[in-house]
Design a protein around this ligand. Structure first.
Ligand code: SAM
Length: 215
């Protein structure tokens, strides 16, 4: 199933940015600034963008950390990562690199990042991957570092809502409905100061928390 999902995302990568441009009212990149603002990452820091896709958030983080920092964009789809690399090369951002891996098993040392983002991808992970990914993020974050998770709000129109669930069902995220009832609980005992905000576009929500002391 994992391999089928990768093939799906590899194919999707060819049209992903076009779809986002058409679908999103976010023409000024306000969503990307919204999530990266809340990481509190600044010049010289290291940051990780989980499930980076074509790298839009990673690129925004790279602008923030500057030439003295480091941003890693991680994704399991080679197609998505190829598009992300093209973007960073075009913008001459030497401080960003891309790694192909599963979000549930992060190939990094403990406490190696100041901030972690995950934009519009967490729902698409399977339940057990979601839990493993949160454990992994807690491990690789510095104490006090933030994990910022942005997701679409549930569509109000019944038809669009049905499409939303059908897509997640076919991606294998069958427990997402249950998860939505108490999504803050995903941060468990590992994080503190959990907060939730609506995006300026009103179409996405951001949940973020800090790594606690007890890890
Ligand atoms: C809807 S896209 C979001 C991309 C990007 N974060 C954005 O906001 O545009 C979901 C991304 O998650 C990646 N993905 C899904 N499951 C994954 C996993 N288990 N490990 C790593 N990446 C994963 C997909 O390859 C895809 O690029």
């Amino acid at each position: 199933m994992g391999a089928i999902r990768q093939v799906y995302y590899n194919l999707f990568s060819r049209i992903y940015d076009h779809i986002i441009r058409l679908h999103s009212r976010d023409r000024q990149g306000s969503l990307r600034r919204f999530i990266t603002d809340r990481t509190r990452v600044s010049a010289g820091d290291r940051a990780l963008d989980l499930c980076t896709g074509t790298g839009a958030v990673a690129v925004e983080l790279a602008e923030r950390v500057g030439k003295g920092g480091l941003v890693v964009g991680l994704d399991f789809s080679s197609g998505m990562l190829e598009k992300a690399k093209q973007k960073s090369v075009k913008l001459n951002l030497a401080q960003v690199c891309f790694v192909q891996a599963n979000a549930a098993r992060l190939p990094f040392k403990d406490s190696s990042f100041r901030g972690v983002t995950c934009s519009h991808a967490f729902y698409e992970l399977k339940g057990f991957e979601r839990e493993m990914a949160v454990e992994e993020v807690a491990r690789i974050l510095e104490k006090g570092g933030r994990f910022c998770l942005m997701e679409h709000v549930l569509p109000e129109k019944l038809f669009l809502r049905a499409l939303f669930y059908i897509r997640l069902f076919f991606l294998g995220s069958r427990d997402v409905k249950q998860f939505l009832r108490n999504e803050e609980s995903i941060f468990g005992k590992r994080f503190k100061n959990i907060a939730k905000e609506m995006s300026p576009t009103g179409q996405s929500k951001l949940i973020y928390a800090e790594k606690g002391e007890n890890i």
